[in-house]
Design a protein around this ligand. Structure first.
Ligand code: A3P
Length: 339
C-alpha cells in the first residue's frame, strides 16, 4: 500500500499507551505546510460571521425536507397497505396468518409452521423467504400470488387492519412485561436506542413504539378468540409444552403429519436449535434479504481475480479501452492475480 505521508516522515507509536491502559496510540506528524493553505485558512476564519448563519439555515432546510420526506413515506406506505389489503391480496382457503405483537414468539411460530407445511429443510437464507411478513410485502412489492400453497404469512397488524377473509389466523400473546423488556433489548440492538429501560417503558405503555399499544393489540384479538378462524396461543404455554402447542396447531390447520415426524419437528423448533441458526431468523438479516443482500456475502471469498474471471469478453474490452485512455497514460498499473 502506498503511504499518504511525504517520504522520510516518521510515524511514532507511543508504546506505553493511554493512561487508561488501552491500546497504544499513534501520533501523526503535522500535515505538510504551504503559504497558499495559510491564506485559505485565514480567509475561512474571516468568513465566520457568514458561515454560522448559513450553516444554521441549511440545517433548518435539511429538517424541513426530512419532515416532508417522512410524511411522503408515511403516505406512500399507507397507500401501499391499502392497495395490498383491498386490491392485490386474494385469499386462499388454506392461507395461514401468524398474528402477534412484536417480541411475542412470532418467529417461533413461523418456524413451527414452516416445519409443519414443508419437509422442514433448513436450506433457506431467512425464514421470511418461506413465510413472508404480510404488510412488509406491500413495501417490498413481493408478489404473494407466486408463493406455493399453503401460504403462511406473519403479521403484526392490529385487528382493525387485519385482512379478514376465509382463512386461518393464529394469534400468539406473551406477557406484556416480558414483551416490553424483550422489545427494549431489540430496540437497543437493532434500532440503536440509547435510552434506559424506564424511558422505553414509558413509551411502551403509551403505545409510542413500533406497532403501537400492546394492550390495544392483544385486546383486539382476545375479543375474537371464539371466532373459528382464530387460534389463540400463549407464548408461556408454548415454552411449557411445545409438543402440545404443535399438536393444537396441526389440528387447527387440519394438517396430516406422520406421527414419526413430530419429535424431529419439536427438536427443530426448540430454542437451542433456532439459536444455532439465528441468522435465518434475525430481523436485521430479513432486511438484508428484502433488499436482495444475502447474509454471509460480506466476507465472500477473498480471492484476487475472481471478478476478472467472471467478466465477459466485451466488458473486458470496454474496461481496457477506458483504462488505456484514462489511467494507463498516468502509469497506473492494473495488478493481475499471482500465478
Ligand atoms: P426474548 O427476547 O425474550 O429472548 P418475536 O419473534 O415475536 O419477535 O419474538 C421474539 C422472542 O421470542 C424472543 O424473546 C425470542 O427469544 C423468543 N423465541 C424465539 N424462538 C423461540 C423458541 N424456539 N423458544 C422460546 N422462545 C423463542
Amino acid at each position: 500500500m502506498t503511504s499518504l505521508l511525504p517520504r522520510n516522515t516518521t510515524v511514532s507509536v507511543v508504546a506505553e499507551g493511554r493512561s487508561d491502559g488501552s491500546a497504544p496510540i499513534v501520533q501523526l506528524p503535522p500535515p505538510p505546510d504551504a503559504p497558499g493553505l495559510r491564506i485559505k485558512a485565514f480567509i475561512w476564519r474571516l468568513l465566520w460571521p457568514i458561515r454560522w448563519p448559513l450553516s444554521r439555515l441549511l440545517w433548518l432546510a435539511s429538517w424541513v425536507f426530512r419532515l416532508i420526506q417522512w410524511t411522503a413515506f408515511g403516505v406512500h406506505v399507507a397507500i401501499d397497505y391499502v392497495r395490498l389489503m383491498y386490491l392485490d391480496y386474494t385469499a386462499r382457503p388454506d392461507d395461514i396468518f401468524i398474528v402477534s405483537y412484536p417480541r411475542s414468539g412470532t418467529t417461533w411460530l413461523q418456524m413451527i409452521l414452516y416445519q409443519l407445511t414443508t419437509d422442514g429443510n433448513m436450506d433457506f437464507a431467512h425464514i421470511a423467504e418461506k413465510c413472508p411478513w404480510f404488510e412488509r410485502s406491500a413495501i417490498s412489492k413481493r408478489n404473494l400470488d407466486q408463493l406455493p400453497s399453503p401460504r403462511v404469512f406473519k403479521t403484526h397488524l392490529p385487528y382493525i387492519w387485519l385482512p379478514k377473509r376465509r382463512c386461518r389466523y393464529i394469534y400468539v400473546a406473551r406477557n406484556g412485561k416480558d414483551v416490553a423488556w424483550s422489545f427494549y433489548q431489540f430496540y437497543r440492538s437493532h434500532f440503536r436506542y440509547q435510552g434506559n429501560f424506564e424511558q422505553f417503558f414509558r413509551l411502551f405503555m403509551r403505545g409510542w413504539v413500533a406497532w403501537g399499544s400492546w394492550f390495544y393489540h392483544v385486546r383486539g384479538y382476545w375479543k375474537r378468540r371464539q371466532d373459528p378462524r382464530f387460534l389463540f396461543l400463549f407464548y408461556e404455554d408454548m415454552v411449557q409444552d411445545l409438543e402440545g402447542a404443535i399438536r393444537r396447531i396441526i389440528q387447527f390447520c387440519g394438517l396430516q403429519i406422520p406421527e414419526q415426524r413430530i419429535p424431529e419437528i419439536v427438536r427443530r423448533c426448540s430454542f437451542s436449535f433456532m439459536k444455532q441458526h439465528e441468522e435465518k431468523f434475525d430481523y436485521a438479516f430479513e432486511l438484508l434479504v428484502d433488499q436482495g443482500i444475502t447474509p454471509g456475502s460480506f466476507l465472500r471469498k477473498g480471492r484476487p481475480g475472481e471478478g476478472q474471471d467472471a467478466f465477459p469478453h466485451e466488458l473486458h474490452e470496454q474496461f481496457d479501452r477506458k483504462y488505456q485512455r484514462r489511467l494507463a497514460p498516468l502509469g497506473f498499473p492494473l495488478r493481475t492475480p499471482p500465478g
